[in-house]
Design a protein around this ligand. Structure first.
Ligand code: NAP
Length: 258
């Protein structure tokens, strides 16, 4: 007589995936891992030539489909466009929102139009796309929304509080979506990277133990697509660092040039 079954069923890897900002270095690293699982991936972004190249590469790496979808996220109608994407895939297992811009803090403080562009890109449009994705997941009662925020959103600092404010607002929004979706069986996760070597940070002196490569962030994103959240730091050590940063008394914090 055999005993109780010991079989462990692995969570099913997502197959129908939409990536908003597929030309981002971090998103591309994650897409390679999903491609190796044979996923079908819509690659949305505004640089058509780069999307074509990335799609070809993902197919070579095992993606069942890699569909380039040229789009500017700020001007697009999020609900209508996402509806077309979901129809094309026949449903949505996972959406990764990866796009964003940083800007120079001093320039953004002097130029309200430039600050408004960062806010429109990183917060207003990202919120619209997140809400559109949440509506799809709510209807399906399954699937995952992953949004890339930043540790910069955890506390306003003089060196980047405009960018940080957009990421902080986005984190609140995604946490709220996660709270709403949880009882329905769907998920939302805000991923908070620290310093990552990508085109976005190319102008910074990027070395030292706090810096990570996109290939180190990608597995954390892929894991977040299957379990955990609603807040995931990437790499994980940033959770401890930001706990300290958030709780420093103003008298100490104000003396730090960060
Ligand atoms: N690198 C870091 O240290 C770091 C740290 C924390 C969080 N993050 C976040 O990680 C995410 C990915 O950034 P990354 O580091 O991988 O930098 P990246 O390679 O420069 O990627 C940013 C992407 O956003 C796209 N984008 C910006 N505005 C857009 C718009 N209106 N429509 C369509 N696409 C748009 C860019 O497209 P184009 O190529 O067409 O410009 C680019 O592909 C961002 O949300 C960023 O804020 C990065």
């Amino acid at each position: 007589m055999s005993g109780p079954s010991q079989e462990v069923v692995a969570p099913k890897a997502p197959q129908r995936i939409v990536i908003l900002g597929a030309t981002s270095a971090i998103a591309e690293a994650a897409a390679r891992l999903w491609a190796a699982n044979g996923a079908r991936i819509i690659l949305a972004g505004r640089n058509e030539a780069r999307l074509n190249k990335i799609a070809a590469d993902l197919k070579a790496r095992g993606a069942s489909e890699a569909i380039d979808w040229p789009l500017d996220f700020v001007t697009a109608d999020a609900g209508a466009e996402l509806g077309k994407m979901v129809d094309r895939l026949g449903g949505l297992d996972l959406l990764l929102l990866a796009y964003g811009i940083s800007g120079d803090q001093g320039e953004l403080e002097r130029n309200p139009a430039a600050a408004a562009k960062v806010i429109a890109t990183n917060f207003s449009s990202a919120a619209a796309w997140s809400l559109a994705a949440a509506a799809v997941l709510e209807k399906q009662r399954r699937g995952t929304l992953l949004v890339i925020g930043s540790v910069a959103g955890d506390r306003g600092r003089r060196s980047n509080f405009i960018y940080g404010a957009t990421k902080g607002g986005l984190a609140h929004l995604v946490e709220g979506i996660a709270h709403k979706l949880a009882p329905l069986g769907a998920r939302a996760v805000i991923i908070k990277p620290g310093f990552v070597e990508t085109p976005m940070t190319a102008g910074m002196a990027n070395n030292g133990p706090l810096w990570a490569k996109p290939d180190a962030i990608a597995p954390i994103i892929v894991r977040a697509g299957e379990k955990g959240g609603p807040v995931v730091y990437a790499p994980t050590f940033w959770r401890g660092i930001m706990l300290i940063v958030r709780n420093l008394p103003a008298a100490v914090f104000d003396r730090l040039n960060i």
